[in-house]
Design a protein around this ligand. Structure first.
Ligand code: ADP
Ligand code: MG
Length: 399
């Protein structure tokens, strides 16, 4: 995959109609936006286009209306928030590629901003239907993709429209691609990856791909217990994916053959059962991973593992982290995740966090501002780490 893509700065946008795909898939409750983080993240690109005198046509999906016109998934609330942030009117279209959208797009003046309705109101969106792509493209002269969170999808508005228009990245996509692309293609070493989260099976290909690139691979979180079980340890009631034991053995052998230092937790927090509710106060004990009692389950890495993982992270020049070290939603079981987040925050390395829950953990725990880059796309960043080609990026013009 070529990560060196043209951006909005490499194309003349003044006076041009620019179809700009953003990720406005914001969380809502009772018709109100509960976090406008994604809208804020799109502002640099929108402000640049406005300043340059482009005629800006924004589009995005929200939720999963599956081709149905669900009023609760209208982007109108996003247009209102955008207006506030931009300090100017954002013209809301009442359809996606219908008469209203087309008339409003045709009437735009330089520096005007409009927003199309939810692209997933159209059945053709998720099918990457060329007819819909063409209709979207017909309203504009240039396509800009700034929706990193949807870049792993080949949809009409994320990739299809690029078949009919010159296509470049917005600032957000450019930032994601340049930081993560550099880390994967040409990292400053030592390069350390830290993987966690619930299951090995979620991240099989990520583990496999990262073993080709890193100097050290740290495995914590729920996925560590399958690796420990594969080494022959008893892990009690911990989360184990019995079908992946051979895979874990293969990965450990691959690490050895490649000279990659693979670190598993030496100790763990254990409890008799999974906390219910998840943030309930529960009694935990710390044991070595060679001695997990048969009636206990591992729910966080232990203090020795925290120290070892933090030391490895601190010695690195590049760190990629995906997946919490334990059930961080519970304060008692968040210690491992905090230790890793703290180590990244204290490090001078390029630090990159991908994965929805890991990003949320960094933010909740207050470390976000000290991390080089927190990816805005959970699924997209995971596919990036897998070494896959992301359709929303592959479709952009090479530099
Ligand atoms: P991300 O979204 O960052 O990629 P995942 O979705 O893969 O991360 O995993 C996050 C989930 O993993 C969290 O809900 C967390 O509670 C869970 N988890 C972490 N460690 C364990 C464990 N030891 N046992 C069970 N679940 C765990
Ligand atoms: Mg997750």
């Amino acid at each position: 995959m070529n990560y060196n893509k043209k951006s909005i700065e490499d194309i003349e946008v003044a006076g041009k109609r620019v179809l700009c795909r953003c990720d406005f898939n914001v969380p809502t409750k009772d018709g109100k936006i509960t976090s406008d983080k994604r809208i804020v993240a799109a502002m640099p690109t929108i402000e640049y286009l406005v300043k340059k005198g482009a005629k800006v046509i924004l589009c995005s999906h929200m939720g999963k209306p599956k081709g149905e016109w669900k009023p609760e998934l209208s982007l109108k609330i996003v247009a209102d928030r955008l207006s506030q942030l931009l300090g100017k009117e954002v013209i809301m279209a009442s359809d996606v590629v219908g008469e209203d959208a087309k008339a409003k797009a045709a009437a735009l003046k330089e520096g005007d901003v409009m927003l199309l309705e939810n692209t997933r109101y159209m059945k053709g969106e998720t099918k990457n239907d060329p007819e819909l792509s063409k209709e979207l493209a017909s309203m504009a002269d240039i396509f800009v993709n700034d929706a990193f969170g949807a870049a792993h999808r080949a949809h009409a508005s994320t990739a299809g429209a690029a078949d009919y228009l010159p296509a470049v990245s917005g600032y957000l996509v450019q930032k994601e691609v340049s930081i993560m692309g550099k880390a994967l293609a040409n990292p400053e070493r030592p390069f350390v990856a830290i993987l966690g989260g619930a299951k090995v099976s979620d991240k099989l290909n990520v583990i496999n791909n990262l073993l080709e690139k890193v100097d050290t691979l740290i495995i914590g979180g729920g996925m560590a217990y399958t690796f420990l079980a594969a080494q022959g340890y008893t892990v009690g009631k911990s989360l184990v994916d019995n079908e992946k034991l051979d895979y874990c053995k293969e990965m450990m052998a691959k690490a050895k053959a490649k000279g990659v230092n693979m670190l598993l937790p030496v100790d763990t927090a254990v409890a008799a059962s999974f906390p219910n509710p998840i943030d309930a106060e529960i009694p935990v004990e710390y044991v070595d991973c060679t001695a997990i009692p048969s009636d206990q389950m591992g729910l966080d890495i232990g203090p020795k593992a925290c120290e070892a993982f933090a030391a490895a992270a601190k010695a690195a020049k590049t760190v990629v982290w995906n997946g919490p070290m334990g059930v961080f939603e519970n304060p008692t079981l968040a210690k491992g995740t905090i230790a890793v987040a703290q180590a990244l925050a204290d490090s001078d390395a390029v630090t990159i966090v991908g994965g929805g829950d890991s990003a949320a953990a960094c933010e909740q725990l207050g470390f976000a501002s000290q991390i080089t880059h927190i990816s805005t796309g959970g699924g997209a960043s995971l596919e990036f780490l897998e070494g896959l080609e992301l359709p929303g990026i592959a479709c952009l013009q090479d530099k």
